[in-house]
Design a protein around this ligand. Sequence first.
Ligand SMILES: [Zn+2]
Length: 243
Amino acid sequence: MIHTAEPRDIGEIEPLDFLVVAPHPDDAELGMGGTIARMIQQGWRVGILDLTTGEPTPHGSEEIRRAETLAATEILGVTWRGNAGLPNRELQHTLQSRALVASYFRMLRPRWIFAPYWHDAHPDHIVATDLIEAARFWSKLSKTDMPGERFHPERLFYYYCVHLRLAVQPNWIVDISQQWEKKRASVAAYESQFITGRPTEPVTFLDRVEADAAYWGRLIDRQYGEPFACKEPLALTSLRDVF
Ligand SMILES: [Zn+2]
């Protein structure tokens, strides 16, 4: 199910381990679908909050995109998914949109948040990053009419779903070799975005997604990987799982 009502109507919910915030439905899957699947398989509670419907697009409609989003959500096994209903193409960082996103954080209480990487060509993505950073801060305010209790997500990390051909230097890479098929299927679920009207002969859009994952995997000596950035240093309790 995709929650489309006000954050205050979410009700009692066990806090999430992390929440991926995406400008459009499909950004979370493209940027970190493998990591989402991996952490869910390890028992974590993972949510996705899409800020807009992502529509209109050349081959999509709100109805088609909603069905595709639901299919992708089920493939990954996402714990909670919602849509904030902010305007696609015209996403703005206003006090109202900041309070809205902060309200989701207060109701869902994710320990960590994932936002889009800060350099991008798509204005919605650039605004989303800025909006999420500010909403994370506002989430901890007291004496406000935002729903829920004051809450501060411990960490803010960044995934790459970028409309620029950037040669980026990530801070860490997650091994998604075992989750690649799920990631691929979750991206392919957005047929109106990545298949309809696109080349059907190599190199297809999905071939490029796979080549990217293989590149990041090669850098960590694994088959497939997903890169991430952070502005603050990572804290480790052990070096055991670093390879
Ligand atoms: Zn997007």
